[in-house]
Design a protein around this ligand. Structure first.
Ligand code: AMP
Length: 389
């Protein structure tokens, strides 16, 4: 089946056409700067486009995608649409898109203020422009809904969970689910008999403990700000730091929000960049800020892995994925050095080959298994869509 995967953000619409049989992406692209000065960049079998156009709302963006797919002679072959949704609230699995689902997504806007209204609007636009196609919503949070209560509760008054559903939800669920399936195939084990730690490391990062194929704990929380140090996000910090900074520097809620979401993490620590490639290069040239950022990123990740490992009886494999996890041999090596207590030892040669030519395994023989698995969230969205459409 050919599935159009749509990822509608607050000011952008990303798309890909995935063939679930060949598991290949036939066409992909991005409409960005919606509401400002729209820009589209896309490629397909018939060629590429890259230009500015008038795009005041998501409707014009989805219309542009439709037009491009028509020009690429793909439109008639698409049989369903799969939407990536950041926050699924109560949903524990992917859902066929109905007005009820759209209304629910809008009703949890407070959980992800930038994303949920855009997802809901994107679904309405897609229904308008592709009225005959079945549509499926695939939620970043759904895979984590198997976490037990002791893992998803925070130590704050219980009434906030009861009244406001404040709890750990976890994100990147589609990626953690995808690499769990792939790692099990590589290990030759059934998911229901496999315990993993999956580390999705990219601009946003999270790691999960997978117990017999299901999520038992994860580092992201009520929002994607929790847990690991990320590109510009702080990850978990002592909440009293916010009170201190607010009192001393007069930061209001919006300013604090900006500080922890946009000015912290690798960028804030290094004072240089949120990009691991830039930091790795700078660190190798002696830049102390870059060295501090990488060292702290890797140690905190190892510390969190040690913490969520307590959800498991054993670890069959530690799985690295995401832009950093798949590409940074420096981060993988440093993290594994920090995990020496658990017995991890990196095989430098395997690690330098990014795991691709070494059967994905990057640990030394006879030591606990660590591996690299490339994630493919779009493919999983397409497969879920095929299964439900
Ligand atoms: P993602 O959000 O999954 O696309 O990951 C983006 C992050 O991956 C950025 O910090 C990139 O610098 C990092 N990244 C991508 N390629 C490499 C590479 N070859 N070495 C180190 N980091 C990389």
């Amino acid at each position: 089946m050919r599935v159009l995967v749509l990822n509608c953000g607050s000011s952008s619409v990303k798309f890909a056409v995935i063939d679930t049989k060949t598991q290949e992406s036939i066409s992909s692209g991005l409409v960005e700067n919606i509401g400002v000065d729209g820009h589209v960049k896309a490629k397909g079998p018939e060629g590429k486009i890259d230009f500015n156009f008038d795009c005041p709302t998501h409707a014009e963006a989805v219309a542009e995608v439709q037009k491009f797919l028509g020009e690429q002679k793909l439109i008639d072959s698409i049989e369903a649409i799969g939407h990536r949704v950041v926050h699924g609230g109560k949903y524990i699995k992917s859902e066929k898109v109905t007005q009820e689902v759209i209304d629910y997504i809008r009703s949890i806007t407070l959980f992800a203020p930038l994303h949920e209204p855009a997802h809901a609007t994107g679904m309405e636009c897609a229904m308008k422009f592709f009225p005959k196609l079945p549509q499926v919503a695939v939620f970043d949070t759904a895979f984590h809904q198997t976490m037990p209560r002791k893992a998803f509760l925070y130590g704050i008054p219980y009434k906030f969970y009861e009244q406001d559903a404040i709890r750990r939800y976890g994100f990147h669920g589609t990626s953690h689910r995808f690499v769990t399936g792939e790692a099990c195939k590589i290990l030759g084990k059934k998911p229901e008999e496999t315990c993993l730690i999956t580390a999705h490391l990219g601009n946003g990062s999270s790691c999960s403990a997978i117990l017999n194929g299901k999520c038992a704990d994860t580092t992201m929380g009520f929002t994607p700000l929790d847990g690991l140090i990320m590109g510009t996000r702080s990850g978990s910090i002592d909440p009293a730091i916010l009170f201190f900074i607010s009192k001393k520097y007069g930061y209001d809620i919006d300013r604090l929000d900006k500080m922890v979401n946009k000015e912290s993490g690798l960028l804030g620590l290094s004072g240089l960049s949120n990009d691991m490639r830039t930091l790795s290069q700078a660190a190798s040239e002696g830049n102390v800020g870059a060295q501090i950022a990488i060292e702290t990123f890797c140690y905190k990740l190892a510390r969190e892995i040690g913490g969520i490992a307590m959800a498991l009886p054993r670890i069959d494999a530690l799985v690295f994925t995401g832009g950093i996890g798949e590409n940074s041999f420096l981060v993988r090596k440093t993290v594994m050095e920090n995990l020496a207590l658990l017995g991890y030892q990196i095989d430098d040669e395997r690690n330098m080959k990014s795991g691709k030519e070494s059967g994905h395994i990057i640990s030394k023989d006879g030591t606990p298994t660590a591996m690299v698995v490339a994630t493919n969230e779009e493919l999983l969205i397409a497969l879920d869509t095929e299964a439900m459409a």
